[in-house]
Design a protein around this ligand. Structure first.
Ligand SMILES: Cc1ncc(C[n+]2csc(CCOP(=O)(O)OP(=O)(O)O)c2C)c(N)n1
Ligand SMILES: CC(=O)[C@@H](O)[C@H](O)COP(=O)(O)O
Ligand SMILES: [Mg+2]
Length: 619
């Protein structure tokens, strides 16, 4: 029987010799390589923390001792040790194991948000709470990567942890020298000096923490010794563990781009991705376009928060290395620094995942918009991303950012529109602009039938009954809805306004001429483009009823993108069903069950009213 099969919880590790623990590490590595190459996921980060996680679970007593994983993408080994081996068959699939710590899964998981650099603040709060309640019999341990340590929050926490009265708190710095790319900046340089043994004093000691290390993060006895010393220290202590991202699997060890940070399913023998090639991604099209623009305009530079490759900026960096600025995991700094660049005569293109721009709302509002700086924001992974769960869906950007005065927002529906709109965005010098698009392939371009008041009309059939306002990437769904409604005998117009905020002036006029307006967006319904259009119609005294379709105000569990969209009711069937019901009411027919059943037959949909409610909680 494999040793791993006998591990049912951290208690199963007790009494195992160092030799047996090493054997277990080998089995865990083999297990991870086997499962994660098949499912996709964060292979490299987890291969790097196998010994570290085993050592932590032998020295500390989780869940009594509080173990926190910063970002959480490196928690697979922790999951294996805490009895979740079987779940790896459905890693990141709907209803299966989450790719991050999850309180619903285990009492060993305390936090699950997966936005970086938060663990030290949680840990400081837990340690303070223990001090305030007189709890002295448990430890608080936070594991944080060298990349996550580049985030401002981590330093705000350190300032508090080191400066106050001695409260026991163990920080493990998992230093693998990489975020995706090699970690850059003064802190990375300091870590290099510490690793080389030529730093007289660690910056941590100067902040009031005890520094232990550097320790070989793959040597279980050495790790156990350092962690045991840390546990016995009365005040805050940092253990500097040096690890190798992607260790033990040739394709991740040899991947100089990111050491297999977040892999797609791959053939484990060859290391080649099991291709599901469906054409270029939005990120790739953006990368190509921004490189072209930069070649034409020497004032254009790109800014990334430690995500050069995933945001599509590699081609630009290859061509103009000095014109891609990687600031580390520091979205707030990225945004205000971009304002400074713009004040200095440069046009910055700040490429961030939608979910991470939440961090920098204040900077965008006050430092960029109030100063009317011409900064272009490019939000990748907008809308439903799916696999990474609740924290990674880019479903709030338009709700949060439509409030910013002077910010112009566009949502390209395909690759051709992305190219056009990025050009327009970068040419606008009066203030900030924002281009948002989803994860994945652009798909074939969706042609424009005609242009009306600067908006793309994508479909026009019959009488002026239903106006479908299609926002960004859901254009294909909007066109499917148009087909269904046409089949039901309604006249339909589908319009893509391209620039969604502020509301296009011609839209109110168009809405006035129709009997029903339907808006379709992959953003939260609350405060989304639909609700802004509703407000604009009211302000313009347009009485045409409007129905908004968007993501309900819930945290969405992980799962495939199509499944999650379907749970949100963002399908052709559900939208056409609801619109047809509304048209029936407008036609004077009552909402009787027989009529609704007949409609369901025609549209193929579930009852839309069951999937659109906006209640708190998870789908
Ligand atoms: C606020 C925020 N920005 C960006 C990311 C995307 N991201 C996830 S992991 C990662 C690199 C993390 O590096 P590190 O903490 O050193 O962990 P490693 O993967 O090297 O173990 C980045 C940039 C994030 N999760 N949160
Ligand atoms: C942990 C984290 O935030 C990233 O690694 C993220 O999981 C990457 O997502 P994509 O795979 O969509 O680039
Ligand atoms: Mg790292």
């Amino acid at each position: 029987m494999a040793l791993l099969d006998t591990i049912e919880g951290p208690a199963s590790l007790r009494g195992l010799s160092d030799e047996r623990l090493r054997e277990l590490a080998g089995e865990i590595r083999e297990f991870l390589i086997d499962r994660v190459t098949a499912s996709g996921g964060h292979l490299g980060p987890n291969l790097g923390v196998v010994e570290l996680t085993i050592a932590l679970h032998t020295v500390f007593d989780s869940p009594k001792d509080r173990l926190l994983w910063d970002t959480g993408h490196q928690s697979y080994v922790h999951k294996l040790i805490t009895g979740r081996r079987a779940g790896f068959d459905r890693l990141r699939k709907a209803g299966g194991l989450s790719g991050y710590p999850s309180r619903a899964e285990s009492e060993h998981d305390l936090v699950e948000n997966s936005h970086a650099s938060t663990a030290l603040s949680y840990a400081d709060g837990l340690a303070r709470a223990d001090a305030l309640t007189g709890t002295t019999d448990r430890a608080v341990v936070a594991v944080i990567g060298d990349g996550a340590m580049t985030g401002g929050m981590a330093w705000e926490a350190l300032n508090n942890i080191g400066g106050g009265p001695d409260r026991p708190l163990v920080i493990v710095l998992n230093d693998n020298e990489r975020s995706y790319d090699p970690t850059l900046g003064g802190f990375a340089d300091h870590c290099a000096r510490l690793r080389g043994g030529d730093a007289d004093l660690s910056v941590f000691e100067q902040l009031g923490l005890t520094y232990l290390g550097p320790v070989d993060g793959h040597d279980i006895p050495a790790l156990r010794e350092a962690l045991t010393r840390a546990r016995r220290t009365t005040g805050p202590v940092i253990v500097h563990a040096v690890t190798e991202k992607g260790r033990g699997f040739a394709p991740t060890e040899e991947n100089d781009l990111d050491r297999g940070h977040a892999i797609r399913p791959m053939d484990r023998r060859t290391g080649r991705a099991l291709s599901t090639s469906s054409g270029p991604s939005f990120s790739a099209v953006f990368g190509e376009c921004v490189t072209r623009i930069a070649a034409e305009r020497p004032d254009v530079v790109a800014v990334t928060a430690a995500m050069t490759e995933p945001t599509g900026l590699l081609p630009l960096r290859e061509r103009f290395p000095e014109r891609v600025i990687d600031v580390g995991i520091a979205e707030q700094h990225a945004v205000t620094m971009a304002a400074g660049l713009s004040m200095g005569g440069v046009h910055p293109v700040v490429a961030i995942y939608s979910t991470f721009v939440n961090r920098a709302l204040d900077q965008l509002l006050m430092d960029v918009a109030l100063h009317r700086r011409a900064v272009t924001f490019v939000l990748d992974r907008s809308g439903v991303t799916g696999d990474d769960g609740p924290s990674h869906n880019g479903m709030w950007d338009m709700s949060v950012l439509q409030v910013v005065p002077g910010l112009r927002i566009c949502a390209p529906r395909d690759g051709a529109r992305l190219a056009e709109l990025l050009d327009e965005a970068v040419s606008w010098e009066e203030g900030p602009t924002l281009v948002r698009f989803p994860k994945g392939a652009t798909g074939p371009d969706i042609p424009t039938e005609t242009v009306f008041a600067g908006m793309d009309v994508l479909y026009r059939q019959g009488a002026l009954d239903v106006l479908v306002v299609s926002i960004g990437a859901l254009a294909r769904v909007a066109l499917g809805v148009a087909d269904r409604l046409t089949d039901l005998g309604h006249g339909v117009t589908v319009v893509d306004p391209r620039w969604v905020s502020p509301v296009a002036p011609g839209l109110c006029d168009m809405a006035r001429r129709h009997r029903l307006v339907v808006t379709v967006e992959d953003n939260s319904r609350v405060g989304g483009v639909g609700s802004t259009i509703a407000q604009a119609l009211r302000d313009a005294d347009v009485t045409t009823p409007l129905r908004e379709f968007g993501i309900p105000r819930r945290f969405l569990d992980h799962g495939g993108r199509a499944d999650v969209l379907s749970l949100c009711g963002l399908t052709i069937e559900d939208i056409s069903m609801a619109a047809a019901e509304d048209m029936a009411v407008l036609d004077g027919r009552e909402r009787d069950p027989e009529f609704a059943a007949g409609l369901r037959g025609l549209t193929g949909g579930a009852s839309a009213s069951t999937v659109r409610s906006d209640t708190e909680g998870k789908v």
